[in-house]
Design a protein around this ligand. Structure first.
Ligand code: AMP
Length: 279
């Protein structure tokens, strides 16, 4: 595996690879890698000749300074994992490489996508996500971009970014959510959970599964109410538990759209998200 810290050096290297006819699969991450990230790298290696992973904790997507400061960093462990994974190149930029002094943040037109669900509770978050992904795509120019379904709304936002920036040479591939044995979606933030918090955390997935069962027989408003009650009883502070169109992320009468349940909730000061398609 080759490690690049400077965007210019990476771009030059990629230009050479492209001259040789090689295709690039790209997996952007914020590090503290787990099997979810590794599954994206493995997916990238099936699609492309060269797999590139980036690790950059993007300050502009954090709307809460405490969340940013407490975000787990285990870079040595990450590098060890990547060396024995499908990764060919690691891009580990400094903040200045991504946001040089002359950087002016564009405004990305995301419409209602950025004001619902996560967007409602994390104002500015998706603008920050677009800033970093747009910059990384300019540097890496991949044929394939791999994202996890775990961050479903983020996938929708990046799909929109690709179409509005006319990045037609990059195909988006959405990879399934990888879970722990008890169903908890793998996440770097899980490292922050104490033993007691970890024991509670699987309730998030169990509630989504219950919603999937109830969806066949119970009206959406009742399912949402039941889920709120259940999660609150288990000690969560729920930002949202929504059932929306999987295409638009807007409420829908359920036909003909496929529907998805999404949840964002806190255990103490740790915020977790998850989702499950319902039909
Ligand atoms: P992050 O490092 O949390 O920014 O995530 C980097 C990428 O990994 C994003 O595309 C995430 O959606 C994806 N990812 C995170 N957790 C999982 C998971 N449990 N299963 C699959 N993909 C994931």
């Amino acid at each position: 595996m080759i490690l690049f810290k400077q965007a210019k050096n990476l771009t030059d290297h990629i230009a050479q690879l492209k001259k040789e006819g090689k295709t690039i699969g790209f997996v952007p991450t914020m590090g503290a890698l787990h099997d979810g990230h590794l599954s994206l790298l493995s997916g990238a290696s099936k699609e492309a000749d060269i797999v590139i992973c980036s690790i950059f904790i993007n300050p502009t997507q954090f709307n809460n300074a405490d969340d940013f400061n407490k975000y787990p960093t285990i870079i040595e462990q990450d590098i060890d994992q990547l060396v024995s994974s499908d990764c060919d190149i690691l891009f580990l930029p400094s903040r200045e490489e991504i946001y040089p002094e002359n950087y002016v943040a564009p405004h990305y037109e995301l419409g209602a996508l950025e004001t619902v669900l996560e967007g409602r509770y994390r104002p500015g978050h998706f603008q920050g996500v677009c800033q970093v992904v747009d910059r990384l795509l300019q540097i890496v120019d991949p044929e394939f971009l791999l994202l996890g379904q775990k961050d479903y709304q983020q996938c929708k936002v990046i799909q929109k970014l690709l179409s509005t920036t006319e990045r037609t040479n990059t195909s988006l591939i959405i990879s399934p959510t990888i879970r722990e044995k008890d169903g908890l979606a793998m996440s770097s933030r899980n490292l922050r959970l104490s033993k007691e918090q970890r024991a509670k955390a699987s309730a998030l997935y169990l509630t989504l599964q219950q919603a999937q069962i109830d969806f066949k027989t119970i009206p959406v408003t009742e399912i949402k109410y039941k889920a709120f009650q259940e999660l609150t009883k288990k000690g969560f502070r729920v930002d949202y538990f929504e059932i929306v169109s999987a295409t638009t992320l807007q409420p829908s009468n359920g036909f003909p759209d496929p529907m998805i349940a999404l949840v964002g909730a806190y255990i103490d000061d740790i915020r977790l998200i998850d989702n499950l398609p319902l039909n």
